[in-house]
Design a protein around this ligand. Structure first.
Ligand code: CP
Length: 327
C-alpha cells in the first residue's frame, strides 16, 4: 500500500457494486472515483501491482473495441490482476444461454465481468443475476467508462468541472452523449446539446438530466442551431454520426448531421480556450474536420489515455474496500 496517511473515504464504498450507468453512482461517489483516478495516475504502474493481485476479470465483448479492451487489459496488468478476453460468438448475451445462467456460471470463476454489448436490457439481466461486479464497457444506452474518463479530462484541463459549459454536437441520443451529459450535470456543469430534432435527446431524458444536475447546480439545454449550442462553450464534444449496430441509418444520419460537423468555423463560436473532445474512433471530414481534431484545442488523446486511469479507479473501487488512499 502507499506510504501516505490512510484516510479511507466514506464516499467511496463501492465494493461489490455494478457499474452499468453513470447515475449508478451518486455525485460524491463520482467525485471520489475521480480523486482515486487522479491519485493512481500520479503513481507509476509498478507501485500499483499488488492492488488487485490474484484477481481475475473477464472481458466479454460482442462488438469491436480498441481503447476499451486495451485500456482495461493494461489497467488490470498494472494492478496485478489477470484479464480473460472473449469476443463475438464466444460470448453474446442471451445467444447460447440465458443472461442469468451465464452470469451465475461466470460468478463462480471470476472476480468481475466487463461487458460490451448492444443489448442494455440483457446486460441488466446479467448484472441482476451476477454475484460479482459487472461493468458496462458500452451498451446501446450508455458508455459510462468513457464518461468517467471524459470528466477526468475536463477536470485536468479546467481544474473544476462545476460551472463549465460543455456542448455536445451531433447525435444527442447516442450512448456517449447520454453518459457524458449525466456525468457533467452531476458535477455541476451545463450540457448544451446541438442536434436536429430527429437526433435530439428525449424530453424524458432531458428532464432526468435536469433533476440529476440540480443538487450540484448542473443544468441542460437543447438547441437545434449548432452555433447556439457551442456559443461560449468551454468544451465541444462530438462523436461519429452512426453508432455501431446502427449502420442501416448511415445515409440518413449523414444528411441530417452534416450541418453539425465540428469545423474551425463552428469552434470559433466557443470560448477561445475551448477544448475539442471526441471519444474516438473519429471520421475526419465527417463529424469533425482534420484541422480541429489534429489542432491545438484537441484533447482526444488525453481522453483516450484517461480511459485507463479511470478504469483502474473503477476496478479498485468495485473490487476492494479502498482502504489506504488519501482520497
Ligand atoms: N471510445 C471507445 O470506446 O473506443 P473503442 O470502441 O475502441 O473501445
Amino acid at each position: 500500500m502507499y506510504a501516505v496517511a490512510p484516510a479511507p473515504s466514506p464516499a467511496l464504498a463501492l465494493a461489490g457494486r455494478h457499474f452499468l450507468k453513470v447515475d449508478d453512482l451518486c455525485a460524491p461517489e463520482l467525485r471520489g472515483l475521480l480523486r482515486l483516478a487522479r491519485f493512481l495516475k500520479e503513481r507509476p504502474g509498478r507501485e500499483q501491482s499488488t492492488l488487485l493481485k490474484g484477481r481475475t476479470v473477464a472481458l466479454l465483448f460482442e462488438k469491436p473495441s480498441l481503447r476499451t479492451r486495451v485500456s482495461f487489459e493494461v489497467a488490470l496488468t498494472h494492478l496485478g490482476a489477470k484479464a480473460l478476453f472473449a469476443q463475438g460468438s464466444e460470448f453474446a448475451i442471451g445467444s447460447r444461454e440465458t443472461p442469468e445462467d451465464a452470469a451465475r456460471v461466470l460468478s463462480r470463476y471470476v472476480d468481475a465481468v466487463v461487458i460490451r454489448t448492444h443489448d442494455h436490457a440483457g446486460l441488466e439481466r446479467f448484472a441482476r443475476a451476477a454475484a460479482v461486479p459487472v461493468i458496462n464497457a458500452l451498451s446501446a444506452e450508455s458508455h459510462p467508462c468513457q464518461a468517467i474518463a471524459d470528466v477526468l479530462t475536463l477536470g485536468e484541463r479546467f481544474g473544476e468541472v462545476a460551472g463549465l459549459r460543455v456542448a455536445y454536437v451531433g447525435d444527442g441520443r447516442n450512448n456517449v452523449a447520454a453518459s457524458l451529459a449525466q456525468a457533467a450535470v452531476m458535477l455541476g456543469a451545463t450540457i448544451c446539446f446541438g442536434s436536429p430534432p430527429t437526433h435530439r435527446p428525449s424530453e424524458t431524458f432531458l428532464a432526468q438530466l435536469g433533476r440529476l444536475g440540480k443538487p450540484a447546480g448542473g443544468s441542460v439545454r437543447a438547441f437545434s442551431n449548432p452555433a447556439r449550442a457551442v456559443r461560449g462553450a468551454d468544451a465541444v464534444y462530438t462523436d461519429v454520426w452512426t453508432s455501431m449496430g446502427e449502420e442501416r441509418y448511415r445515409e440518413r444520419n449523414d444528411a441530417m448531421l452534416r450541418p453539425y460537423a465540428v469545423t474551425e468555423e463552428l469552434m470559433s463560436y466557443a470560448a477561445p480556450h475551448a477544448a475539442f473532445m471526441h471519444c474516438l474512433p473519429a471520421h475526419r471530414g465527417e463529424e469533425v474536420s482534420a484541422e480541429v481534431i489534429d489542432g491545438p484545442q484537441s484533447v482526444v488523446f488525453d481522453q483516450a489515455e484517461n480511459r485507463m486511469h479511470a478504469q483502474k479507479a473503477l476496478l479498485v473501487a468495485l473490487l476492494t474496500e479502498c482502504k489506504g488512499f488519501p482520497i
